[in-house]
Design a protein around this ligand. Structure first.
Ligand code: FAD
Length: 394
């Protein structure tokens, strides 16, 4: 059959399929997804308990774009030597180019079996039906998923305890100034934050802690990160390094196989990074489509992430080095803004505020990062300096 085969009908795989058509590709596109549901957005799963799953594209759009979308179809194996993909039902497909957009899976550690995790729409149903008034919910991990679920559970009237090993919330990716704002809000909403605690095991109703009595709940959720889905790539002999290793064109170690989205690690500003972000999955889907058609592209979009908790929106662009100085800029109202410079240019910025109150400032900072324009820390941290004017002069 040939053509382009995409494994993974999530944010990245779907974007790549449509981007191929938008770029004029006329050959066969086969999009294989192991989930039964029409591809849907994941971010609302932890934030909007009442909403129906939001589909990425209506079913008719796939037919119109002549994308052969096969749902409930799991790929068992890839044989790069004869460019063939084998499905679980033992049928096979050949490809000219293959894209791995297999995403990530919720991390489950040994000793934590029985806890609920959140990655798919069916995980969300299992979790959200337990968020009832008076229910006691235990959440392991104060990362984005854990905290968004804590906010959603509180909104539903449940009691919530979040247990975290690090001494603060959002310790992996967000500067303390922003994380503290989020923590204070959770405390004000009645969430119990148990920080710096070593969780030694957990099941559906209990969390065991080192040196303390176990905690008992109606439901325990583990939000302890996710793992890139690399098993197919690994069995196919592709290089793996914190995800499927790709170059700046999202090409793997096999010249006919590409990878993009949460499953891959790519070169960014002299280091290898793997992102778990909705926008990165979209951007990379577009970019990899061009690369598969022979266009020369570079993985250069500024990393972006947002999180909604209660009425607060947190946004971050670039990548913070949490071991180097982070500077705060005073802002009007009750928002917060922090940034970091490297080699005389803005390298990362984060804001938190009610709704979209900080978005205008944030967009300017995102553009400054993109431009890699020289900026002075003293100027950028001075609240009397107009950010838009700084961007214009950059
Ligand atoms: C609950 C939740 C909330 C989130 N909130 C935010 C947010 O607020 N902001 C933000 O920026 N990002 C957020 N994200 C992250 C964002 O949704 C992901 O980064 C994005 O979905 C990644 O897209 P992807 O296509 O790379 O992977 P995925 O969306 O995971 O899609 C991969 C697909 O491949 C399928 N697959 C894997 N292996 C096979 C196989 N062998 N055969 C067939 N199919 C296969 C998987 O089942 C899956 O359907 C959130 C994620 C979750 C889970």
């Amino acid at each position: 059959m040939g053509g382009i085969v995409i494994i993974g009908a999530g944010e990245c795989g779907v974007r790549a399929a449509f981007a191929l058509r938008e770029r004029g590709y006329d050959g066969a596109i086969t999009l294989l997804g192991d989930e039964p549901a029409l591809p849907y957005e994941r971010p609302p799963l932890s934030k909007n308990p009442d909403s129906q799953p939001k589909v990425i594209r209506p079913v008719v759009a796939y037919a119109e774009a002549r994308i052969d979308l096969r749902l409930g179809t799991s790929v068992a194996n890839i044989q790069p030597s004869d460019r063939t993909v084998f499905l679980q039902d033992e049928s096979s497909l050949s490809y000219d180019r293959l894209l791995l957009a297999t995403g990530a899976r919720a991390r489950v550690l040994p000793g934590f079996e029985g806890c609920l995790t959140l990655r798919t729409d069916s995980d969300a149903i299992a979790i959200l039906t337990r968020f009832q008034p008076g229910a006691r919910i235990g959440i392991i991990g104060a990362g984005f998923i854990g905290l968004e679920l804590a906010a959603t559970a509180r909104k539903a009237g449940a009691e919530v305890v979040v247990v975290e090993g690090a001494p603060r919330v959002l310790a992996r990716a967000v500067p303390p100034q922003i994380a503290d704002r989020i923590a204070v809000r959770h405390l004000a909403e009645g969430v119990e934050l148990m920080l710096g605690r070593q969780v030694t095991g957990a099941d559906a109703t209990q969390i065991a802690l080192a040196g303390e009595e176990p905690l008992t709940f109606d439901c325990v959720i583990a939000g302890i990160g996710s793992m890139p889905a690399t098993d197919l790539a690994q069995h196919a002999g592709l290089h793996i390094d914190n995800g499927i290793t790709v170059d700046g064109n999202f090409r793997t170690s096999d010249p006919f196989i590409y990878a993009a989205g949460d499953c891959c690690s790519f070169p960014y500003k002299g280091r290898r990074v793997r992102l778990e972000s909705w926008k990165a999955a979209q951007d990379q889907g577009s970019v990899v489509a061009g690369a598969m058609l022979g266009e020369s592209v570079v993985a250069g979009n500024v990393p972006y992430f947002w999180s909604d908790q209660y009425d607060l929106t947190l946004q971050a662009a670039g990548l913070f080095d949490l071991h180097s100085p982070i500077v705060e800029r005073a802002v009007d109202g009750d928002g917060s803004l922090v940034f970091q410079c490297q080699d005389g240019a803005l390298s990362a910025a984060a804001v938190v505020g009610v709704g979209q109150s900080m978005t205008k400032d944030f967009k300017v900072l995102e553009k400054l990062i993109e431009k890699a324009a020289p900026v002075e820390v003293a100027v950028l941290s001075d609240p009397t300096q107009n950010l838009k004017r700084l961007l214009r002069s950059a």
